[in-house]
Design a protein around this ligand. Structure first.
Ligand code: SF4
Length: 347
């Protein structure tokens, strides 16, 4: 492969086709000396892990409006941050976000460190985020490899070894391609190629600036890459969600700090177990509960079926919350609350 030609083609394509993203400095401005704000790059990368650009963008805009600098973010109350994060999922990331902002504000006087290694030392900053911030904000020649880049590499080099075992090889192949002159643009060009052209299901090879270098395209089986080891089915758990109302308020409880959705307000629930619970364990009040159907929710490591029960009544040790405030709940509880409050009850 002619690496220099591939780099030149992809960067030229990026100059003309870079996505316009609110955290991004356009290539023309970057060439004129404008630098990306590390805070915005870091925040966007944390938000974009496990979610899409269209979903993350309104959150990014709202966060940067409310907290324009990392010092502003470091001063946020934990509960306010958690509420603002609701809907992005993976709440451990929100806690890490705050820990990292406080470390940058407290230990680095609000200035992000500028090397991959020193970024990696910040709380909650993994290898991918450190590489992305180092490359995009500081133009370090870091190797920024996420699932999109793995897919592009697997196709460019027709890597037969299946994921996840092929990860080190895909990372090494991507590392050999990093452009030392424009590393930030290179990282973003690869991201954009993966997101808009070399798509997971149907790559748009007729629009690809590097198709002449692509081994899978030459063979005609590009859509079959990356090879994957068959996944084990996601296990299922069962539980009960209790929607206790009193007038126009709903009883919520604060979840323990450790564990799934830790520290968040949520509906009272039973434990989530491998078999459906047979008793009303975890109910917040001794009242007559009425069936309100079921909801399904998929977490990273398991799927959850929640039987939803509703009752009107009183309870101690709960946080009474107006119904119109429920939108800030993590989506699994919002779904269950809506199921109980908006659908006809099963008598
Ligand atoms: Fe991806 Fe097709 Fe380009 Fe190969 S030619 S990198 S498969 S879009």
């Amino acid at each position: 492969m002619n690496t220099a030609d591939l780099r030149a083609r992809l960067l030229a394509w990026y100059d003309d086709n870079a996505r316009d993203l609110p955290w991004r400095v356009r290539p023309r401005d970057h060439a004129a000396g404008v630098r990306a704000d590390p805070y915005r790059v870091w925040l966007s990368e944390v938000m974009l892990q496990q979610t899409t650009v269209p979903h993350a963008t309104p959150y990014f805009l709202s966060f940067t409006r409310r907290w324009p600098t990392v010092i502003d973010l470091a001063n946020v109350e934990d509960g306010d941050l958690m509420a603002a994060w609701a809907g992005l999922g993976y709440y451990a990331r929100a806690r890490n976000l705050l820990a990292c902002a406080r470390a940058v504000a407290g230990q680095h006087r609000g200035v992000f460190p500028d090397t991959e290694e020193s970024l990696r030392a910040l709380p909650g900053v993994g290898a991918y985020t450190a590489a992305a911030v180092a490359a995009i904000a500081f133009d370090r020649a870091a190797n920024v490899v996420d699932g999109n880049v793995e897919r592009v590499m697997s196709r460019l080099f027709a890597v037969e070894e299946p994921l996840p075992d092929s990860k080190p090889r895909l990372k090494a192949l991507a590392g050999d391609l990093v452009d030392g002159h424009r590393p930030g643009d290179w990282a973003q060009a690869l991201m954009d190629l993966g997101a808009t052209v070399c798509k997971p299901k149907s790559p748009l090879c007729d629009r690809c600036p590097v198709s002449m270098h692509c081994a899978a395209f030459a063979r005609g089986d590009q859509g079959t890459f990356p090879r994957k080891t068959k996944k084990a089915a996601r296990p299922r758990r069962y539980g009960i969600a209790y929607v206790l109302t009193h007038g126009d308020e709903v009883a919520l409880v604060r979840r323990p700090d450790k564990g799934l959705l830790g520290g968040m307000l949520g509906l009272p629930t039973s434990d989530w177990t491998v078999a459906p619970p047979t008793v009303l364990q975890g109910a917040p009040a001794d009242v007559v509960w009425r069936e309100a159907g079921e909801i399904e929710h998929v977490f990273t490591h398991f799927s959850l079926t929640l039987r939803v029960l509703w009752a009107e009544g009183e309870a101690a040790d709960v946080v009474w919350t107006p119904m119109k405030g429920l939108d800030a709940l993590p989506s699994v509880f919002l779904k269950a609350a809506r199921q109980a409050l908006l659908t006809p009850l099963l008598l």
